[in-house]
Each structure stands twice: as C-alpha cells, then as structure tokens.
Design a protein around this ligand. Structure first.
Ligand code: AMP
Ligand code: MG
Length: 317
C-alpha cells in the first residue's frame, strides 16, 4: 500500500495545483445525468493508475474517468496543461499516450483484486472550493478490503486516511506516518455528530430530517460536506452517523468508486455500514451497487436508526 499511498499524495498535489491555477470544468454524461469533470480528475487518476500498473500489473481497476473522455472532452491546450502538471509532480516528463494508457489501465479486466478509484470525489465541491476527496479502494473477491482517502479539506489542513492490517490510520496529507483511529463510542443524541451531502440532488434532505426526528436525534449536530470525507469522519470518530437516503422515486445507481475506499476506512475502524433496510452493501455486482442508500455509523444506535429510516421510507413525501 505504501506505493499507492505515495501516488495518492502526488494526486493531491495535482488537484491542489489545478484548484489554485487552472480551474475549468467540462460536463460529461453519466447515465442519464450530467456530471462536472476537471483536468484534475484526469491527472489524479493517471498518477494513481500509473503506480498500480507498475506495482500490481495483474490487478483489475474500476475507475471513474477514461482515456477516451480525456481525448474527446478536454481541449488540446488543457491536455498539454495536464501533462505539464503531472510531469512536474512526478519530476519527469510524460506523454499524452502514457497518460491515456494509465487512465485506462486495468479497465474491463477481471481479477481477484480490483482497485476502485475515484480521482476526485465530490467534484462539485472541488469546483466550488468546498470539500473533496481522492479515493483509492481495494476489493478482494468482490469484498471491501483496503482504502486510502485523501481529504484536503479535513480540519482545514487536510489529512490522509488509510487502512493497514485491519486498522484505520490518519496521517498528515503531504507526508509522514499515520496514527491509529477508531470509531466513536458516543450514544447520546446531544453528543451525536451527523454528516450528510451538501448537494440536494444526491440524497433526500427531507427524509434524513424526518429520520433524525424519528430516531430521537433532532438535537444532534448536523454537518453537511461533500465527498467520501464523510466516511473518514465516521471512521476516525469525528462523526457518529452518515446517512444517504434516496429521494422519492429516485433510481440512481450508486457507483462503487464513490464508496469502496470510504467503506474500507469505516469497516477497519470497527464501524457499521448497511443499506437503508439494514442489509450489508453488495460490492460484487460490477460498477454499481444494487443498494438504495447508505447508513454508516458507530454502530451504537444503528438498529434504531434503521427502524426510523424504514418508518420514514414508508411515508409518502
Ligand atoms: P457527496 O458529496 O457525498 O454527495 O457525493 C458525491 C458523489 O455523489 C459524486 O461523486 C457522484 O458520483 C455522486 N452522485 C451524483 N449524483 C447522485 C445522485 N443523484 N444520487 C446519489 N449520488 C450521486
Ligand atoms: Mg465521486
């Protein structure tokens, strides 16, 4: 994992450079919706996949962006900028062909081990200068095993979260070893910290509000932030509950790259993750999850939160 952690740290440098100097976004089609994408998404994925290719050439990769998109969506001028930024971060010049091959490395392959990469999770947050994450997770036989999540907005200075030997660690974002972290033991509603998405389109805020009321958590602290940093906050005990409930009639298929790395942090830290009906998430079905939503918690009130979710989901909105 050490090599991949270094690559994620290099990807952070790419993202920060783009955010400071070159922030232009394009729109790509994703299912039946439009999603923003920036040159940092491509730079970040290329750098991480380059390392996976050299360290684990036989592994499979599921990643959000593709070489084809990079060539079709990004102008020649912006592509040149990405090559320059990657070259500066790696300390060696890179070609467009190399970047395209890294972007597509491991795609469509099936292997025992699958790396699952979201080069910028929370792109809308990244563009709006809110929170975002760079995430690389590992599935072994379709089960969540390891995760690395860089969260540049964590506590203003950023942090890098990763798993190792069944534990979860938090390290300085740029370099250095991590300290072991674990989920909280908090049970009292007045002490509870709950996190959820900023974007209204990503989860039903009204259902989550009603669930908090049903579960007796309406006096808990509520923080809204973008990206998989929410999983990291539960894993390190800063938050106790992260809810993601579908809006009525929504049929959004959750992408595995939005969840694997974050889920690994929470599982290894001792937390609980289920679908909205209390069943485990299923990462063995390809690029999407069959699950409708996510309830991520320190486990202390998980069952009663699920009961509340079920009551709310049964109500018409
Ligand atoms: P968050 O900041 O936690 O809301 O998560 C950001 C991720 O939500 C993005 O990477 C998107 O892939 C994903 N997303 C986009 N549209 C939706 C949607 N309609 N429902 C749920 N998640 C979505
Ligand atoms: Mg994402």
């Amino acid at each position: 994992m050490q090599a991949i952690i270094s690559a994620v740290r290099d990807a952070v440098k790419v993202c920060r450079t783009v955010q400071e100097h070159y922030l232009i976004s394009n729109t790509k089609s994703s299912g039946n919706s439009k999603e923003p994408v920036t040159i940092a998404d491509y730079g970040s994925q290329a750098i991480i996949c380059r390392t996976i290719q050299s360290v684990y050439p036989d592994d499979a990769v599921v990643s959000e962006e593709s070489g084809k998109q990079f060539l079709e969506l990004v102008s020649a001028e912006q592509r040149a900028t990405v090559l320059e930024i990657i070259g500066e971060v790696l300390g060696t010049p890179v070609t467009q062909d190399e970047v395209v091959s890294w972007l597509d490395f491991g795609k469509g392959k099936s292997a025992k081990r699958t790396w699952v990469i979201d080069p910028i999770d929370g792109t809308k947050g990244f563009i709006a200068l809110r929170h975002y994450a760079i995430a690389c997770g590992l599935l072994i036989d379709g089960k969540v095993a390891e995760g690395i999540v860089a969260a540049p907005g964590y506590n203003d200075e950023g942090a890098l979260f990763y798993t190792r030997d069944g534990d979860t660690y938090r390290a300085p974002i740029a370099e250095g070893e991590g300290e072991k972290v674990g989920i909280s033991k908090r049970t009292e509603s007045s002490e509870f910290v709950i996190v959820q998405s900023v974007e209204k389109a990503h989860a039903s805020k009204s259902r989550m509000q009603l669930t908090r009321e049903h579960a007796g958590l309406d006096n808990a602290v509520l923080n809204e932030l973008d990206s998989m940093e929410k999983y990291a906050l539960v894993a390190c005990g800063d938050a106790d509950l992260y809810m993601r409930l579908p809006s009525e009639g929504a049929n959004y298929a959750h992408k595995i790259w939005d969840h694997v790395a974050g889920a690994a942090l929470v599982y290894n830290a001792g937390g609980t993750i289920t679908d909205i009906d209390g069943t485990p998430l299923d990462f063995s079905q390809g690029d999407t999850l069959p699950n409708l939503g996510m309830i991520v918690s320190n486990g202390q009130r998980h069952d009663s939160i699920i009961e509340a979710v079920q009551a709310v989901m049964g109500e018409s909105m």
